[in-house]
Design a binder for this molecule. Sequence first.
Ligand code: SAH
Ligand code: SF4
Ligand code: F3S
Length: 442
Amino acid sequence: MTENPSIQGVYITTYGCQMNVNDSERMFSLLELSNYQEVQKPDDANLIIINSCSVREKPVHKVHSEVGRYRQLKKENPNLIIGVGGCVGQQEKKKLLSDVPLLDFVFGPDNIDTLPSLVSEVRAKQERVAKAKFDYQSPYQVETLVRNPGVSTFVNITKGCDNFCTFCIVPFTRGRERSRSMKDLIDDINKLVERGTKEVTLLGQNVNSYKSDCGANFAQLMKTVATDTDIQRVRFTTSHPKDFDQELCDVLQNHRSKLCDYIHLPVQSGSSSILDRMNRRYTREEYLEKVKMIKDTIPGVSLSTDIIVGFPGETDQDFADTLSIVQEVGYETIFAFKYSPRPYTKAAKFTDQVAEDVKSARLNQLFAEHRELGFELAKRYDGQVLDILVEGTDDKREGVAHGRSTQNKLVHFNGTADLIGKVVPVRINKVAPNSLKGELQH
Ligand code: SAH
Ligand code: SF4
Ligand code: F3S
């Protein structure tokens, strides 16, 4: 429980992508300015927020069952109010209030900055409120709000998405694409550096369609962050293959010490006909050309991807094409999902949906094949000395620290808390499928 009785406890659960993680941190920061404090258990809270995601399977159902778990708390504590934010809030708007009677308020990702006043309004009027309007008018200006910027911080550079891949709900829940100005971003990153941040991850649904009001594109933004700030490392996610160009590759290569050797390049499928039906706007061959350009320009770069299996109409041959592209590209990491029909999307209306058991079997096969490939690829690090940005020490094992290489590999090694935030050389001496172990070099 919080010590000061006038301060109220807030508990937030977060689902979905890094943008939602960043949004929850923004909610905490804003609420702390208006007399709330984070608590670790829902039992200690007067305000509970579910920051939801609707990208896959049964999101409304998940909100229902989570709110249901708070039923008893609500009975015991008349001051407890419960809200749903994030993409389910945006998707369902006030319908969610009628579907989930225990809910007090609903808000969308564009309404986060009004959260403190929304909460006061709900309390004062004792009314249930839904606020899920996109802000189409004002320019996208948000300073990153984090309570304690750690070693690594997320920075939004764009919001929304205009790509309308036929499987994806994001354009409907996050609205049209907007970019922050480069000047604001540089100021923002400089302030984070002053507060101790060593690494930023630039976030957007499609970072490489970034366009500043001054005309700068994503490659020019990356270059400016590398040259005009003292940040030690820069990551970004997610880049769309159709917009990945030579200019960006050159910038990444020329500033390699700061801009990490890791690119997440979602392929979704290895079959050109499925890619066409997904409206991804590249073929298998074009994707492979982009990968060749990246590997030729940035030798040794590490690649990861997102894959959907069982998209409507996916045949055994289409799936075989996905398995083969995974081998051909040699992704160190994959994030793979069974296709799940989403409201508003075109693909949900396609009549040739794939049976659930076929999707599950394909997903299992993909993971099994990738497990071996990922392990083989990780072996290249054995014996290498990698620069590790130290993120923390292990709670359970004394004298063990962990951090990430520029290729985004998690490495455990002999180290102590004084190294947190520093970049140290570590020689890799054990390669496991999901993590590396090493020895600190002096
Ligand atoms: N903007 C990012 C993706 C954000 S959603 C991009 O374009 O790469 C993250 C991932 O979720 C997607 O890459 C996709 O693999 C997966 N995904 C999105 N919609 C899905 C759906 N309807 N079913 C299954 N997986 C989905
Ligand atoms: Fe969704 Fe496609 Fe936009 Fe990514 S690029 S958020 S997958 S519509
Ligand atoms: Fe989920 Fe919305 Fe992110 S649907 S993946 S929280 S953009």
